[in-house]
Design a protein around this ligand. Structure first.
Ligand SMILES: NC(=O)c1ccc[n+]([C@@H]2O[C@H](COP(=O)([O-])OP(=O)(O)OC[C@H]3O[C@@H](n4cnc5c(N)ncnc54)[C@H](OP(=O)(O)O)[C@@H]3O)[C@@H](O)[C@H]2O)c1
Length: 351
């Protein structure tokens, strides 16, 4: 917790973050959750660098159409951009509350997508103050923020690996949160759980929406570590968890529906020097493009720097928890899609 001191947090919030100069020429980039907030801003940054193809995903086709239009307008209007359109920009639907939808997205990529995928920014995420379950019968934030992101990452792993060399590795960026530092108290109970994912998904876990959200962000960091550790070193696929900082966005939309809460949150955002979505998005772009790729592998980043993840994950207990989580996640996802086991046995090293 010493890593999350209030004053260092405030200082970081006010810092101007760098934008990497690296080129994405000839590269294919996917940014998940790109219709608003950090994903939209990251898409504009990446599109402005003219990749061979940028696929910005949104939850449905209507949002995809709108996102394409908005991104093009922003590219022309925004001061930081050159004003010309990218080589190729597309938007595909991807709904993470459904495993079938994730599988369809990957099937579409295999059938009609480009032969290469160089960068996947798994940015989409949700915050649900009230306990909600998905059609696949998981708690909503657990499925959207963690399980579906893990499924997407694993199913696209062969393509990411095929598109890379160790000198020019592919990138997988999972957008986590500094909230993961606050998940320890719930996880210290995990030694009594028979099944980690089942316990976290259950309503009887009895914690607030914010605690559940923080937990899912902690699971992402553990997943990044687990996957990174199973890839060769040096690696053709660099995997990083990123904290964008506390930012203005629509993440808290379900709380901001209520006028009083909206006012309170606006005050809190002012007090905590919330970053603009554009400033926050620089963290994503940095992790996806910065040239010191091998140094970023398996790491957690905040304010465009590598920082230590929470003490729990670094402890012996946290490492044992991460290992249980890895195997449970694989067990769940292997039942969802039979490519999962085959991909893992073909591309990952045993530990
Ligand atoms: N803002 C912050 O202070 C902050 C801090 C730490 C981490 N983060 C993380 O940053 C990422 C981006 O969040 P943001 O702040 O930019 O929030 P946002 O403005 O609400 O954007 C979230 C994005 O995720 C998409 N999304 C939500 N549920 C989805 C689902 N079921 N399937 C597919 N896509 C879904 C949203 O699409 P719709 O608009 O269609 O719902 C939207 O494109 C999230 O992972 C969030 O947890 C944000």
């Amino acid at each position: 917790m010493g890593k999350l001191s209030f004053w260092s947090f405030l200082r970081e919030q006010g810092r101007d973050l760098p934008l990497p100069n690296e080129s994405v020429h000839g590269k294919t980039v996917v940014i998940a959750g790109a219709n608003v907030g950090l994903g939209l801003e990251a898409s504009v940054h990446v599109a402005n660098k003219k990749p061979s193809l940028l696929i910005a995903t949104c939850r449905d086709t209507m949002k995809c159409r709108q996102t394409l239009e908005i991104t093009r307008v922003l590219l022309v209007l925004c001061k930081r951009c050159s004003g010309t359109q990218p080589a190729s920009l597309d938007s595909w639907p991807l709904e993470l509350s459904s495993f079938d939808n994730v599988r369809s997205f990957v099937d579409r990529f295999d059938a009609e997508g480009p032969e290469r995928l160089n960068i996947l920014v798994a940015n989409a995420g949700t915050f649900k103050p009230v306990y909600t379950r998905t059609q696949d019968d998981w708690e909503m934030m657990l499925q959207v923020n963690y399980l579906s992101m893990a499924l997407l990452s694993i199913l696209l792993l062969p393509l990411l690996l095929r598109s890379a060399t160790c000198e020019d590795p592919s990138r997988l960026v999972l957008v986590s949160s500094l909230g993961h530092y606050l998940a320890d108290p719930v996880l210290t109970r995990s030694r009594n759980w028979d099944n980690v994912l089942g316990a976290i998904s259950a309503e009887k876990l009895g914690v607030s929406g914010a605690s559940r959200y923080n937990l899912t962000k902690m699971l992402q960091v553990a997943f990044v570590r687990g996957l990174a550790a199973r890839l060769p070193s040096p690696t053709p696929l660099v995997i990083t968890a990123v904290d964008p900082g506390f930012c203005h966005s629509s993440l808290l939309r379900e709380l901001e529906k209520y006028r009083l809460l909206r006012m309170v949150l606006a005050f809190v955002k002012w007090l905590l020097r919330a970053r603009t979505s554009e400033m926050g998005s620089r963290n994503l772009v940095y992790a996806a493009l910065a040239t010191n790729a091998q140094d970023l592998h398996g790491k957690y980043m905040s304010s465009c720097e590598i920082v230590e993840e929470c003490d729990y994950l670094l402890s012996a207990e946290g490492k044992a928890f991460s290992e249980r989580l890895w195997w449970e996640t694989i067990e769940v996802l292997a039942k969802v899609d039979n490519r999962v086991s085959q991909i893992l046995s073909t591309y990952l090293q045993a530990r």
